[in-house]
Write a protein that binds this ligand. Sequence first.
Ligand code: ANZ
Ligand code: ZN
Length: 805
Amino acid sequence: MFDFQRIEKKWQKIWEKNKIYAAKDFSKKPKFYALIEFPYPSGDGLHVGHVRSNTAMDIISRKRRMQGYNVLYPIGWDAFGLPTENYAIKMGIHPKIVTKKNTDTFRRQLKSLGFSFDWDREINTTDPKYYKWTQWIFLQFYKHGLAYKKKMPINWCPSCKIGLANEEVIGGKCERCGASVVKKEKEQWLLAITKYADKLLEDLENVDYLEKIKIQQRNWIGQSRGAEIEFKIKNRPSGDLPRAKTEFRIKVFTTRPDTLFGATYLVLSPEHSLIKNLELRIKNLGEVKKYILRAKRKSEQERVSEAKNKTGVELKGIKAINPANKKEIPIFVADYILSSYGTGAIMAVPAHDKRDYDFAKIYKLPIIKVVNANVEYYEGEGILVNSGKFNGMISEKAKIEITKFVGGKKQIQYHLRDWIFSRQHYWGEPIPIIFCDKCREVPVPEKDLPVKLPEVKNYKPTNTGESPLSAITSWVNTKCPKCGGRAKRETDTMPNWAGSSWYFLRYCDPHNNKKFASMKKLRYWAPIDWYNGGMEHVTLHLLYSRFWNKFLYDIGVVPVSEPYKKRTSHGLILGEGGEKMSKSKGNVVNPDYIVSKFGADAFRLYEMFMGPFDQAINWDTSGLGGCSRFLGKVWEISQNKNISNKVENRNLEKTLHQTIKKVSDDIELMNFNTAVSSLMIFINECYSLKDISQEIWETFLKILAPFAPFITEELWEKLDYKTSIHKEKWPQYKADLIRENKFELVVQINGKVRDKISAAINISQKEAEALALSQEKIKTWLKDKGVKKIIFVANRLINIVVNDG
Ligand code: ANZ
Ligand code: ZN
């Protein structure tokens, strides 16, 4: 075996010293910006999953450099976050120190794998020089009215003692710790991402993302087209209450205004303001209030998912008027209606909406069919019945006509909510706002940024739900930037999605201390040409970062509206038994061990060879042996065979050019596994020869180089080259050399040979049929006789059986 440990260390040093992977601002070469999701430097060190995505983009970056591009392939640390904070609390160490230790480990590990990152552009979201600009961007949102404070029920994890975004609640449980999430009222900062909902949706048309990624983005944004319709509250209350002075109305959002005649009751969410406003007229107020209190204790998830057991209470004493048929209908409060969607109130159409149907069954409410169907409950559209003058109209038209008839208006709703941007934690960017008794909310002047985290010994969470920062009075108490009076700092910090929402911009100009990035440099590098990341980040991070970029574009500080031209995704690497790798299961593979035992090149090759890149796959250490033996053969061939420019290998040359084509195409399609297997086929052919043409061998080393950068660099040097193989030109295949692979396809009609045509080996039956049927000769033979069946013998013949006569 060759001494990969020595070789890998040697080249790591040389590459670092010569900065051969540095990206050059404003180079005349065409630029290529490759991006991976920068890692969270956890205490566990690098994961073999990181290696998969990083190697893939490394191969693409290396190929692009060889193709003559000025490549930016940057790296950094997404280092704020709860695990570090929790670990720091547990061990009594400052999170800054924990972060330093973790990033040192990650850096060493990434370097050991030979990734061609431009290390001069390394960034760290917890560096005040970086988060100064995260805070600056927050202030821009604030100044444009897109960052605002609101008292709202937040998802509260009683175990982590942290407010969670909806996205961090999975099935009613905390994403981090699994505890049941409850509701808690708190003043929160929000970012108005909903203002960008339509743009985020529309602009998906202009980007090259995998279709499954676009689908997830669309679903998350959740555009819904419908109408807003107003219901009046009956003005003369029953009993002896006086006539109300103000006329109350309830607005509902519906996607089915065509079913308005079938609306037999209204339902309000427990948080609906009308309940408070009409308290005096609600006869069963006690019961109603009790119900509302109970609903508050439930998570949103529980509220919508309680399939059959819908609960609710009628608001006795008040009625609404259906604007279509002027009928009086009851009003309920029920927790299956959410305050955060639409208007927080609905018209219930039990004959055509499942949730309303279930509810109506329980509370014995009238079910009136208004779209013709043979069943009691029917979700589809159709022809209207029981709808007065609209009878006989189809739903599509009725939606428009009925909305008009009752004075409603067309409405587009999005399921996307504004982004809750406050966290009650220490290890995050402080939100740069100051509260003064006199001037109220005051943004920190830009010249005072960054608002640095205080250096403290105690950073435990408070049990009250306030941020630990609130306990540090020397930091909290400050002067009002406006009036100079006594004031207090905002103690909430930003969520750990903040730093990653713009890191790709900072890479373009990482050392700028006057701006988050200069427009000139952004103009050169933006947009990212190819971004690869996990499927788990295609809703939140991808949406958040697109939103930030679009906003920065709109205020004129970023040159393009969409940050990522192309987004692909890798599959997860699971443990040997098919479960997620985790410490508790003891199935975590340590990259350091793999590097020291097999070498980085074998490690990289294995991860590319293990299976289709976009699919999940189980780790299998025994698979590394094959890759390591392959590299051993490469080494052996270059040492023991007669490699000379006096040799000619006709057949090998053919294979070489097929391999160049295969590898070149496969890299673009991320079919890394088949690229590696074609490299292996080539080596097996070499292995059986005694003499090898030097030109062929050198070309092969070049196409292997992106996959196995160390061994190829060493062998290149052994060939007496003084410059790096990674600066060589990417080989072109000779088209005339790969064009063979044909055979003579015999075409029969009813068993008689009628034609012979040249076809590609391994052509499929479908392709062979198409080919045969397109031949003039065959067309003439067939005229308009019907084809009965087709018999196909692979790589030999196709027999078309037709009706005789
Ligand atoms: C009457 C109706 C009749 C409805 C029918 C549907 C079918 P999407 O597609 O998700 O936008 N809805 C409106 N606001 C709601 C809220 N805050 N909480 C719970 N449900 C709410 O769904 C829109 C439909 O969901 C609306 O259309 C409304 O029910 C309900 F045959 O109105 B529909
Ligand atoms: Zn003030």
